[in-house]
Design a protein around this ligand. Sequence first.
Ligand code: DX5
Ligand code: ZN
Length: 222
Amino acid sequence: MRVVPRINPSILAADFVNMQSELARIASADFVHVDVMDNHFVPNLTFGPQMVERIQATSPVPLDVHLMIDDPERWAPGYAELGAASVTFHLEASAEPVTLARRLRAIGARAGVAVKPATPVGGLFDVLDEFDQILVMTVEPGFGGQGFMPETMPKLRLLADEAARRGSQVWLQVDGGISESTIGQAAEAGADTFVAGSAVYGAADPDAAIAALRSTAARHTH
Ligand code: DX5
Ligand code: ZN
């Protein structure tokens, strides 16, 4: 575990043609968030394992891979095998989420499960310990730069309460529209891990933006 609250910049907002220097700009981050999109699960396309392997070889910080793809049973283990520190697949896309999480852990990655804004989380309560992190999407997955959806916060509170009740160590992550003006309410609701694309890469000094986000989140963490 590195610093809490954790700030994971999303390279979706980086310049893909200059990935090496873009990665070097976020050396103070906890993880780099890597959005894999297949143009099926979401209406957008980024890159696959070949690119992620190069990011893994180049990044100064560990990889937090977010798979917005169909059939994660087929593809997710490959990302764990190439060395990603965490691999998160979508609950909506998975046939056997617990089986897949166990497989990812067996390979040596942290196993994450993500839910879209409209997906309920109650079904995860009894299997919380099968996961290392739960990602509550705070926008519809697919694109950076969208507005934060505050209506997802009650779901995060439910998860935080349930995790506390069970003494679970699961990390609660938020992704989408996280900025200086929204990170406080997500921290308040129980998030401990924050993905930020435009708020970090849109800043003149990404490392300063990371530090500012981290301290705002810390002020709202209880
Ligand atoms: C959206 C991706 C996010 C995205 C966040 O589907 O999963 O990780 O990069 O970008 P911002 O922080 O700009 O909303
Ligand atoms: Zn993401």
